[in-house]
Write a protein that binds this ligand. Structure first.
Ligand code: ADP
Ligand code: MG
Length: 691
C-alpha cells in the first residue's frame, strides 16, 4: 500500500497520455509529480458550459455558439479568406472567418450545415465575427457537447498541448485530490473563511459555472494559496534564522581600549545613533552564535564607519572580514577609506573585483586563502567559487537592496568551520510588510540621526526648456571652487544606451562650458579608469562629473554640492533620494536640480513635489510604496529572486499584514506543519537547511 504522501509524489508519467516528451515538457514548467501538476494553476477559464445566443454576445468574450450556416464564400478582397454566415435559432447572425483552410473544409462548411463553435468574439467589417473558431459539425441540436464546469486554460510550454494538460489535471484530481494534506490550521482557515486545500484546488481546476476569469486572482481559493505561499517564505526565513543562531560563530571579545584608540583617530565624533548601533553589534559578536543584523540608516548617516569598527573587532580576534559592495566604484571607495582608517594597524587589506585577471587576481586569491589578507573588500566577485577564505569571521554587505537575497545567503556559506557574523547595511528603508518576506532572518538596528552640521539640500524641479540657465548656473558654481554632478538617466536599464547618453552629454557640456573641467564616468569603463577619475574628481582635478546612475550608491565627495538629475520623472523616489544623497555631505549649501522633460504628468509632478518637500528617506520610502506598490519597489531583481508561484505582491498586498501572525500561530499550534509548508512551496527540506 502506498501512503498518501507516496501517492501524491508519483511522477506525472503514471498518468495516461503522458509520455517521455510530455514529461520533459512538463518539467520545464517545474512539474514533476502529480502533486506539482495540481499546483499548476489555470491562468483563465473558458465557458463551454452553455450555448450563448448570438444576440447576447459581447465583444472580447469567448463563447460556445450553435447555428446553421446560411451562406459561405471565399473572399479574395484583402487577404484570401473563407467566410461563413451563421444564424442561430433566435435569428441573429455571426461570421466565421478562416484565413487558413483546406479544400475539404471549404466543401464541408456549406449552407445548411449545423455547427457548434467556440472562439473569441470580435467586431468584424459586417457585424460580429470569430476568426478561426474551433468548430464541430452537428447532426442535430442534441448533438452539442457542453462541459459541466468551466474549462481551465493553463500556462504552457513549447510543444505541450492545452488538452494534454487539461486531461492530466483531471486524472490527477481523481487520483490524489483526497490525499493532499492540509497544512493551514483550522483556526486560520475559519478566520479568513478560506476553503480547505482540497476544495481550493478543486475550485480552481474545475470551477463552478458562476466563476469567471476575472474573479480568478481575487478568488478566495487563490488568496488561500497565496497566503500559504507568503507564510512559507516567512517561515523559511524564521526557521533559517533559528537554525543559524544555533551554529557556532567566533567570539569577538570586546576590546574597549583598541576601539577607543581607533575612534580617537577619526576627524569627527560618532553620533549617538552610531554609538548605539555599534554597541548592539558588539554584543551580538561577543556571543558564540552568528550575528545576523541589518543596519538601516539614511544616506549620509555614516554607516561605513560602523562597518569599520565592526571589522576592527574581527581583526582583534584574528578573523578575516569580507566587505561586499554593489558597484566597483563603491567598493573602491570603501577600500580607500578602510586603508586610511586601518593604516596604523599594519594589516593587509585587499581589493577583489571581477575585472582583475591573471597574476594579480591569483595573488589576491592566495592572500585570501592563506589568511594573510585581513580585510577583503570587493563586489559580488567575493562569492565566486574560486574565492576561499582562510578564516572568515565577519561578512559585511553594503547597500543590501542592490543585491538579491540569494547572493547574501551564498556568501554566508563561504566559511569553513564556524559560521561568520553577518552585518547587512542599507539606506533604503524597507516597509515592514516586505521586510517580513525578505529580512525576517535578520535583527534590525536603525541609525536614525545624521551627523551634525549637515545643511538641508535645496531641491527644485526645472523644465528642460530652461536647460541653458542650468548650464550657466554650473559655470557660476564652479567659479567659487565648488564641484558638481550631472546625472544622466534613461528609463530602460540598458547600460549601453545610458553610457552613450552620458558620453554625448559630457561632450555638449564641455563645449558649452569651456572654463570647466568636465569628467565622465559610466558603467562600461574599466574599474581602474573609473577609480582614477573618481579619485581625480575627489581631489578636485575636475569640477563637473558627468555620470550615469553608477554613482547612485555610496559615493562620497563633500565638496560636490550641486547635482543636476536629468529625466528625474522616470526614476523611482527611492532612487532619486539615493542619488541626491551624493550632495549635502559637507559644510556646503547644497542643491539638487531635477531637470525634467516638459510636460509633466500629474503623478510625475506629484512625485517631484515630494522630492522637493522632504529629505526624510523613511517618508520618501513610504510615499514610494503608496505610489508604486510593493512589486515595483522591490523591483524585478528582488521579486524575481523571491519567485512566487502563485502569490502576487500587488494583488495580494492586503494579505501581507496577516502573514506574520499566522506564521507565529503555526509555529505554536502545529510546529510540524512549518517545514511541510516550506517544502510544499519552496522545495525540499534539505535546500532550506542550508540557508
Ligand atoms: P552612508 O550611511 O550613506 O554610507 P557614509 O558612511 O558614506 O554614509 O558617511 C557619509 C559621510 O559622513 C562620510 O564622509 C563620513 O566620513 C562622514 N561621517 C560619518 N560619521 C560621521 C560623524 N559622526 N560626524 C561627521 N561626519 C561623519
Ligand atoms: Mg554607504
Amino acid at each position: 500500500m502506498m501512503t498518501d504522501q507516496q501517492i501524491i509524489q508519483q511522477p506525472v508519467s503514471i498518468l495516461d497520455g503522458i509520455g517521455v516528451q510530455s514529461v520533459n515538457r512538463l518539467q520545464k514548467l517545474n512539474i514533476v509529480s502529480v502533486l506539482d501538476l495540481l499546483f499548476h494553476l489555470p491562468i483563465r477559464y473558458e465557458d463551454r458550459t452553455r450555448v450563448t445566443p448570438i444576440a447576447n454576445l459581447n465583444i472580447g468574450q469567448s463563447a460556445l455558439i450553435c447555428g446553421t450556416i446560411e451562406h459561405s464564400e471565399v473572399l479574395m478582397r484583402g487577404k484570401r479568406s473563407l467566410i461563413c454566415q451563421l444564424r442561430d435559432g433566435n435569428g441573429s447572425q455571426l461570421s466565421l472567418r478562416f484565413f487558413h483552410f483546406s479544400a475539404a473544409q471549404q466543401s464541408q462548411l456549406q449552407a445548411g450545415v449545423l455547427l457548434s463553435c467556440f472562439g473569441a468574439i470580435r467586431q468584424g467589417y459586417a457585424g460580429l465575427e470569430i476568426i478561426h473558431p474551433e468548430y464541430k459539425i452537428l447532426r442535430n441540436e442534441e448533438d452539442i457537447v457542453t462541459e459541466s464546469s468551466l474549462t481551465p486554460i493553463y500556462p504552457l510550454t513549447d510543444g505541450l498541448r492545452q488538452s494534454t494538460i487539461q486531461k492530466s489535471v483531471k486524472q490527477a484530481l481523481t487520483l490524489c485530490l483526497e490525499k493532499i494534506p492540509e497544512y493551514l490550521p483550522a483556526s486560520i482557515r475559519s478566520r479568513f473563511q478560506f476553503p480547505d486545500i482540497q476544495q481550493t484546488l478543486l475550485t480552481l481546476h474545475a470551477p463552478p459555472t458562476e466563476f469567471s476569469s476575472a474573479d480568478l486572482q481575487q478568488s478566495i481559493a487563490v488568496k488561500r494559496l497565496a497566503f500559504e505561499e507568503f507564510i512559507a517564505h516567512h517561515l523559511k526565513m524564521l526557521l533559517g534564522k533559528q537554525r543559524h543562531k544555533q551554529w557556532q560563530a567566533p567570539v569577538f571579545p570586546v576590546n574597549e581600549n583598541l576601539k577607543q584608540d581607533f575612534i580617537n583617530t577619526l576627524p569627527f565624533q560618532l553620533t549617538a545613533a552610531q554609538q548605539r548601533v555599534i554597541a548592539e553589534i558588539a554584543s551580538d559578536c561577543a556571543e558564540p552564535h552568528p550575528m545576523l543584523r541589518l543596519v538601516q540608516g539614511d544616506v549620509g548617516s555614516g554607516k561605513t564607519i560602523v562597518a569599520a569598527i565592526t571589522a576592527l573587532a574581527a581583526l582583534s580576534a584574528n578573523y578575516q572580514t569580507a566587505i561586499m559592495a554593489p558597484t566597483e566604484l563603491l567598493a573602491e571607495q570603501h577600500f580607500r577609506n578602510f586603508s586610511q582608517w586601518f593604516e596604523p594597524f599594519d594589516i593587509n587589506l585587499v581589493f577583489l573585483s571581477g575585472q582583475q585577471k591573471g597574476k594579480t587576481r591569483q595573488a589576491i586569491l592566495e592572500a585570501i586563502a592563506d589568511g594573510s589578507a585581513a580585510i577583503i573588500i570587493g563586489t559580488h566577485a567575493l562569492f565566486q567559487e574560486s574565492v576561499h577564505f582562510a578564516k572568515l569571521g565577519l561578512i559585511i554587505i553594503d547597500e543590501q537592496h542592490r543585491f538579491g537575497v540569494h547572493q547574501r545567503l551564498a556568501l554566508r556559506e563561504k566559511s569553513i568551520d564556524a559560521k561568520p557574523h553577518q552585518l547587512v547595511m542599507t539606506a533604503t528603508p524597507i516597509p515592514r510588510t516586505l521586510a517580513m518576506l525578505q529580512y525576517s532572518d535578520l535583527d534590525i538596528s536603525i541609525i536614525d540621526e545624521l551627523p551634525p552640521g549637515r545643511k538641508p539640500i535645496t531641491t527644485c524641479a526645472i523644465s528642460n526648456e530652461r536647460r541653458q540657465q542650468v548650464v550657466n548656473r554650473i559655470n557660476h558654481w564652479v567659479q567659487s571652487k565648488k564641484q558638481a554632478y550631472w546625472v544622466c538617466t534613461l528609463i530602460e536599464e540598458s547600460e549601453a544606451l545610458q553610457c552613450e547618453a552620458a558620453e554625448k552629454t559630457a561632450e555638449l557640456l564641455k563645449a558649452a562650458l569651456p572654463e570647466v573641467n568636465v569628467a565622465l564616468v559610466h558603467g562600461r569603463m574599466k574599474a581602474a579608469e573609473k577609480d582614477q577619475i573618481m579619485q581625480a574628481f575627489k581631489s578636485h582635478q575636475y569640477d563637473l562629473l558627468v555620470a550615469t546612475t553608477v554613482i547612485e550608491v555610496g559615493v562620497d565627495v563633500p565638496n560636490a554640492g550641486l547635482m543636476i538629475i536629468e529625466n528625474p520623472e522616470r526614476l523611482g523616489l527611492s532612487q532619486l533620494h539615493q542619488l541626491r544623497g551624493r550632495v549635502g555631505r559637507g559644510e556646503l549649501e547644497s542643491y539638487c536640480l531635477l531637470l525634467y522633460q516638459a510636460p509633466l504628468s500629474n503623478t510625475a509632478a506629484h512625485r517631484l513635489g515630494i522630492m522637493r518637500d522632504t529629505q526624510d528617506g523613511f517618508l520618501i520610502a513610504e510615499k514610494d510604496l503608496q505610489l508604486r506598490g510593493p512589486g515595483e519597489i522591490m523591483g524585478t531583481r528582488q521579486t524575481g529572486q523571491i519567485g512566487f508561484k502563485i502569490a502576487d505582491l500587488e494583488q495580494h498586498a492586503d494579505l501581507l499584514e496577516q502573514v506574520e501572525i499566522a506564521a507565529q500561530q503555526i509555529l505554536q499550534e502545529q510546529p510540524e506543519s512549518a517545514e511541510l509548508i516550506i517544502s510544499r512551496w519552496l522545495g525540499g527540506v534539505h535546500q532550506y537547511a542550508e540557508v
